[in-house]
Design a protein around this ligand. Structure first.
Ligand code: ZN
Length: 66
């Protein structure tokens, strides 16, 4: 496995982010779960895609991608 790029708590906090710990199963579900209604706005789709991307990136970082 290649070196894991650890999240830098300080720089994440500077972006206004907060830590979120989830079980791998929950991350896996989240990374594949699109809950956008048929009439969702572009902004909602963007947010949904962003969250799912980060969930799968978190799994990938830990080598837990199914
Ligand atoms: Zn969605």
């Amino acid at each position: 496995m290649t070196a894991v790029e650890l999240t830098d708590s300080k720089s994440e906090q500077e972006k206004g982010r907060v830590p979120l710990w989830l079980d791998p199963d929950d991350l896996w579900w989240l990374s594949r779960h699109c809950c956008c209604p048929p009439d969702a706005s572009e902004e909602e789709h963007d947010r949904c895609g962003r969250i799912r991307f980060r969930a799968s990136a978190a799994l990938h970082k830990h080598g837990l991608e199914h």
